[in-house]
Design a protein around this ligand. Structure first.
Ligand code: M6P
Ligand code: ZN
Length: 190
């Protein structure tokens, strides 16, 4: 049987502006400050915060099994506003395990930055704002930082065989951090 046949029976609805997905096939996860220890540069600031604070939530659907070539996954991410010391709340960030796989991000509400890093650690940012669309080319690690005072919501579409390489980010980080300086966000080489 085709790995795509099952999708016909999936029933997922989205509330585009709220970033909410509904249906039996919808998966969800959240990331707390405690789970993100080591990713923010100010470990002392993190210690004084409630480790159960939710930094971001993700909802997504996998219409074909993870790893299937030729499928696409779809999901939303909502990053809370906040900072650990001078560093804005952000996603973990990842490369794709299959490095040549790309992805789309599209922002709905809030404001922030998409941090992109190639395999030579060259790092750049793109502004995220309602209506911004971001093509993440294969080979680029990607992280989203919420620099605003409201939740930052974006939709994403990625290949079902892309996979997530979190270990490289955990050990090596990104080539830049987005920090709150003089009342606003500044990109600082790391
Ligand atoms: C987007 C997609 C997902 C990713 C999520 C959170 O929705 O890229 O694949 O899981 O953002 O990002 P991260 O996995 O880096 O925590
Ligand atoms: Zn990705």
């Amino acid at each position: 049987m085709s790995p795509y046949a099952e999708f016909a029976s999936q029933d997922v609805q989205v509330e585009w502006l709220a970033g909410i997905m509904r249906g039996a096939a919808v998966q969800q996860s959240k990331k707390t400050l405690g789970e993100m220890a080591g990713l923010f540069h100010d470990a002392n600031a993190l210690c004084s915060m409630d480790e159960s604070t939710v930094v971001y939530r993700v909802q997504w659907t996998e219409p074909v099994p993870l790893g299937t070539e030729g499928g696409l996954f779809w999901g939303s991410t909502t990053i809370a506003p906040g900072r650990v010391g001078d560093e804005y709340f952000m996603t973990h960030g990842h490369y794709h395990l299959k490095r040549d796989r790309g992805e789309y991000y599209g922002a709905i509400s809030g404001k922030g930055m998409l941090v992109l890093m190639d395999e030579d650690r060259a790092t750049r940012t793109e502004a995220m704002f309602p209506g911004s669309l971001h093509f993440i080319a294969g080979g680029n690690a990607h992280r989203v930082v919420n620099t605003g005072e409201e939740p930052l919501l974006f939709w994403a579409c990625w290949p079902s065989d892309a996979g997530h390489d979190y270990a490289s980010i955990k050990t090596q980080g990104f080539g830049a951090r987005v920090l709150h300086r003089h009342g606003g966000p500044v990109v600082i080489p790391a």
